[in-house]
Design a protein around this ligand. Structure first.
Ligand code: ADE
Length: 217
Protein backbone atom coordinates (compact mmCIF):
# COMPACT_ATOMS: atom_id res chain seq x y z
CA UNK A 1 0.00 0.00 0.00
CA UNK A 2 2.98 2.29 0.43
CA UNK A 3 4.50 2.15 -3.04
CA UNK A 4 3.66 3.16 -6.58
CA UNK A 5 0.05 3.61 -7.70
CA UNK A 6 -1.61 2.34 -4.50
CA UNK A 7 0.40 4.90 -2.52
CA UNK A 8 -0.23 7.74 -4.96
CA UNK A 9 -3.97 7.04 -4.87
CA UNK A 10 -4.06 7.50 -1.11
CA UNK A 11 -1.80 10.57 -1.25
CA UNK A 12 -4.27 12.12 -3.68
CA UNK A 13 -7.11 11.20 -1.28
CA UNK A 14 -8.75 9.01 -3.92
CA UNK A 15 -8.77 6.13 -1.45
CA UNK A 16 -8.14 5.67 2.26
CA UNK A 17 -6.53 2.55 3.72
CA UNK A 18 -6.96 1.51 7.31
CA UNK A 19 -5.16 -1.52 8.71
CA UNK A 20 -6.29 -3.21 11.91
CA UNK A 21 -4.11 -5.75 13.68
CA UNK A 22 -6.21 -8.62 15.03
CA UNK A 23 -3.73 -9.04 17.90
CA UNK A 24 -5.04 -5.71 19.25
CA UNK A 25 -8.45 -7.34 19.74
CA UNK A 26 -7.55 -10.54 21.62
CA UNK A 27 -8.54 -11.62 25.14
CA UNK A 28 -6.06 -10.82 27.91
CA UNK A 29 -3.83 -12.23 29.34
CA UNK A 30 -3.09 -14.86 26.68
CA UNK A 31 -3.72 -12.71 23.62
CA UNK A 32 -4.42 -15.80 21.59
CA UNK A 33 -5.66 -15.34 18.07
CA UNK A 34 -6.00 -19.00 17.07
CA UNK A 35 -7.36 -22.19 18.61
CA UNK A 36 -7.55 -25.92 18.01
CA UNK A 37 -10.42 -27.07 15.78
CA UNK A 38 -13.48 -28.61 17.45
CA UNK A 39 -13.95 -32.13 16.15
CA UNK A 40 -10.21 -32.61 15.70
CA UNK A 41 -7.97 -32.32 12.69
CA UNK A 42 -4.69 -30.66 11.87
CA UNK A 43 -4.01 -26.95 11.89
CA UNK A 44 -5.20 -24.01 13.94
CA UNK A 45 -8.34 -21.92 13.41
CA UNK A 46 -8.55 -18.12 13.65
CA UNK A 47 -10.76 -17.32 16.65
CA UNK A 48 -14.01 -15.35 16.19
CA UNK A 49 -13.60 -12.76 19.00
CA UNK A 50 -10.76 -10.68 17.51
CA UNK A 51 -12.48 -10.48 14.13
CA UNK A 52 -15.90 -9.52 15.56
CA UNK A 53 -14.30 -6.85 17.77
CA UNK A 54 -12.18 -5.45 14.94
CA UNK A 55 -15.24 -5.15 12.71
CA UNK A 56 -17.18 -3.44 15.52
CA UNK A 57 -14.37 -0.90 15.79
CA UNK A 58 -14.79 0.22 12.17
CA UNK A 59 -16.71 3.49 12.19
CA UNK A 60 -18.17 3.87 8.75
CA UNK A 61 -20.16 0.64 8.45
CA UNK A 62 -22.80 1.90 6.06
CA UNK A 63 -23.11 -0.51 3.15
CA UNK A 64 -19.83 -2.11 4.12
CA UNK A 65 -18.77 -5.05 1.97
CA UNK A 66 -16.65 -7.62 3.78
CA UNK A 67 -14.48 -9.81 1.59
CA UNK A 68 -12.90 -13.00 2.88
CA UNK A 69 -10.17 -14.29 0.55
CA UNK A 70 -10.26 -18.07 0.50
CA UNK A 71 -9.37 -20.76 -2.04
CA UNK A 72 -12.95 -22.12 -1.75
CA UNK A 73 -14.51 -18.77 -2.72
CA UNK A 74 -15.96 -17.60 -6.03
CA UNK A 75 -13.33 -16.67 -8.60
CA UNK A 76 -12.24 -13.02 -8.36
CA UNK A 77 -12.28 -11.53 -11.87
CA UNK A 78 -11.91 -8.16 -13.59
CA UNK A 79 -15.70 -7.95 -13.67
CA UNK A 80 -15.84 -8.37 -9.88
CA UNK A 81 -13.08 -5.75 -9.44
CA UNK A 82 -15.08 -3.36 -11.61
CA UNK A 83 -18.20 -3.83 -9.46
CA UNK A 84 -16.26 -3.30 -6.22
CA UNK A 85 -14.67 -0.13 -7.61
CA UNK A 86 -18.15 1.44 -7.19
CA UNK A 87 -18.30 0.56 -3.48
CA UNK A 88 -17.57 3.05 -0.71
CA UNK A 89 -16.42 0.79 2.13
CA UNK A 90 -14.63 -2.52 1.62
CA UNK A 91 -13.09 -4.65 4.34
CA UNK A 92 -10.73 -7.55 3.72
CA UNK A 93 -10.42 -10.13 6.47
CA UNK A 94 -7.02 -11.77 6.21
CA UNK A 95 -7.27 -15.32 7.48
CA UNK A 96 -4.25 -17.32 8.42
CA UNK A 97 -3.60 -20.79 9.75
CA UNK A 98 -5.88 -23.63 8.61
CA UNK A 99 -9.06 -21.58 8.50
CA UNK A 100 -11.29 -19.10 10.24
CA UNK A 101 -14.17 -19.78 12.64
CA UNK A 102 -17.26 -20.38 10.48
CA UNK A 103 -19.29 -17.89 12.57
CA UNK A 104 -17.20 -15.06 11.11
CA UNK A 105 -18.05 -16.26 7.62
CA UNK A 106 -21.73 -16.67 8.46
CA UNK A 107 -22.25 -13.43 10.37
CA UNK A 108 -19.75 -10.88 9.05
CA UNK A 109 -18.42 -11.85 5.65
CA UNK A 110 -20.51 -10.68 2.68
CA UNK A 111 -18.31 -12.06 -0.15
CA UNK A 112 -15.82 -14.92 -0.42
CA UNK A 113 -13.31 -14.84 -3.28
CA UNK A 114 -10.44 -16.96 -4.53
CA UNK A 115 -7.73 -15.44 -6.70
CA UNK A 116 -7.02 -18.76 -8.41
CA UNK A 117 -6.75 -22.51 -8.03
CA UNK A 118 -3.74 -22.56 -5.73
CA UNK A 119 -3.35 -22.28 -1.98
CA UNK A 120 -1.47 -19.50 -0.20
CA UNK A 121 -0.41 -19.35 3.44
CA UNK A 122 -2.67 -16.42 4.33
CA UNK A 123 -5.15 -13.83 3.17
CA UNK A 124 -2.76 -10.86 3.10
CA UNK A 125 -1.46 -11.32 -0.44
CA UNK A 126 -4.84 -12.10 -2.05
CA UNK A 127 -6.33 -9.10 -0.20
CA UNK A 128 -3.61 -6.84 -1.59
CA UNK A 129 -4.07 -8.27 -5.06
CA UNK A 130 -7.84 -7.65 -4.98
CA UNK A 131 -7.31 -4.20 -3.44
CA UNK A 132 -4.82 -3.25 -6.16
CA UNK A 133 -7.13 -4.35 -8.95
CA UNK A 134 -10.01 -2.35 -7.43
CA UNK A 135 -8.06 0.81 -6.59
CA UNK A 136 -6.55 1.14 -10.07
CA UNK A 137 -10.10 1.33 -11.46
CA UNK A 138 -11.11 4.28 -9.26
CA UNK A 139 -11.55 7.55 -11.13
CA UNK A 140 -8.29 9.52 -11.59
CA UNK A 141 -6.04 6.82 -10.13
CA UNK A 142 -4.52 5.80 -13.45
CA UNK A 143 -3.30 8.42 -15.86
CA UNK A 144 -4.23 8.24 -19.52
CA UNK A 145 -0.89 6.52 -20.15
CA UNK A 146 -1.83 3.45 -18.11
CA UNK A 147 -5.48 3.53 -19.01
CA UNK A 148 -7.52 0.56 -17.84
CA UNK A 149 -9.37 0.63 -21.15
CA UNK A 150 -6.63 -1.41 -22.84
CA UNK A 151 -6.27 -3.97 -20.04
CA UNK A 152 -6.42 -7.66 -20.66
CA UNK A 153 -10.09 -8.70 -20.28
CA UNK A 154 -11.35 -5.36 -21.50
CA UNK A 155 -13.84 -6.44 -24.20
CA UNK A 156 -13.19 -10.08 -23.28
CA UNK A 157 -9.83 -10.10 -25.06
CA UNK A 158 -6.32 -10.51 -23.66
CA UNK A 159 -3.91 -7.64 -24.19
CA UNK A 160 -1.68 -7.70 -27.28
CA UNK A 161 2.00 -6.93 -27.86
CA UNK A 162 3.54 -3.52 -27.11
CA UNK A 163 6.78 -1.97 -28.39
CA UNK A 164 8.78 1.15 -27.61
CA UNK A 165 12.05 2.71 -28.80
CA UNK A 166 14.50 1.72 -30.20
CA UNK A 167 13.00 0.71 -33.53
CA UNK A 168 15.63 -2.02 -33.91
CA UNK A 169 16.94 -3.75 -30.77
CA UNK A 170 19.66 -6.41 -31.13
CA UNK A 171 18.58 -6.91 -34.71
CA UNK A 172 14.91 -7.36 -33.82
CA UNK A 173 12.67 -4.84 -35.55
CA UNK A 174 9.36 -3.40 -34.40
CA UNK A 175 6.58 -4.62 -36.77
CA UNK A 176 6.42 -2.34 -39.85
CA UNK A 177 2.70 -1.73 -39.45
CA UNK A 178 3.27 0.16 -36.18
CA UNK A 179 5.52 2.62 -38.02
CA UNK A 180 3.17 3.01 -40.98
CA UNK A 181 1.11 5.89 -39.57
CA UNK A 182 -2.07 4.20 -40.84
CA UNK A 183 -4.19 4.32 -37.68
CA UNK A 184 -7.05 2.19 -38.97
CA UNK A 185 -4.64 -0.56 -40.05
CA UNK A 186 -2.80 -0.32 -36.73
CA UNK A 187 -6.08 -0.67 -34.79
CA UNK A 188 -7.00 -3.73 -36.86
CA UNK A 189 -3.53 -5.22 -36.30
CA UNK A 190 -3.81 -4.80 -32.51
CA UNK A 191 -7.28 -6.32 -32.54
CA UNK A 192 -6.18 -9.36 -34.54
CA UNK A 193 -3.19 -9.88 -32.22
CA UNK A 194 -5.49 -9.76 -29.19
CA UNK A 195 -7.91 -12.16 -30.86
CA UNK A 196 -5.13 -14.61 -31.82
CA UNK A 197 -3.73 -14.70 -28.31
CA UNK A 198 -7.13 -15.09 -26.69
CA UNK A 199 -8.11 -17.89 -29.09
CA UNK A 200 -4.96 -19.86 -28.18
CA UNK A 201 -4.66 -19.14 -24.46
CA UNK A 202 -8.20 -18.69 -23.21
CA UNK A 203 -10.83 -20.77 -24.97
CA UNK A 204 -13.36 -19.74 -22.29
CA UNK A 205 -12.98 -16.02 -23.07
CA UNK A 206 -12.83 -16.66 -26.81
CA UNK A 207 -16.21 -18.43 -26.72
CA UNK A 208 -17.78 -15.51 -24.81
CA UNK A 209 -16.20 -13.01 -27.20
CA UNK A 210 -17.56 -14.83 -30.26
CA UNK A 211 -21.06 -15.05 -28.84
CA UNK A 212 -20.97 -11.33 -28.02
CA UNK A 213 -19.87 -10.61 -31.60
CA UNK A 214 -22.75 -12.72 -32.88
CA UNK A 215 -25.15 -10.77 -30.68
CA UNK A 216 -23.72 -7.63 -32.27
CA UNK A 217 -22.62 -6.16 -28.89
N1 ADE B 1 -6.08 -17.92 0.70
C1 ADE B 1 -5.28 -18.96 0.47
N2 ADE B 1 -5.25 -19.28 -0.82
C2 ADE B 1 -6.07 -18.38 -1.46
C3 ADE B 1 -6.48 -18.19 -2.79
N3 ADE B 1 -6.05 -18.95 -3.80
N4 ADE B 1 -7.32 -17.18 -3.06
C4 ADE B 1 -7.79 -16.40 -2.07
N5 ADE B 1 -7.44 -16.55 -0.79
C5 ADE B 1 -6.59 -17.53 -0.47
Amino acid sequence: LSTSIMKKASEKNLVKYQILNLFDFTNKPHNKIDGYPFGGGDGMILKPEPVFRAIEKIKNKKNMKVIFPTPDGDLFTQEVAKNFSCEKNIVFICGHYKGIDQRVRDEIVTHEYSIGDFVLTGGELPSLIMCDSIVRLLPNVLGKMNSALTDSFYNLLLDGPHYTRPEIFRGIKVPDILLSGNHQKIRNWFLSKREDKTKIRRKDLWKKYLSKLEDGV
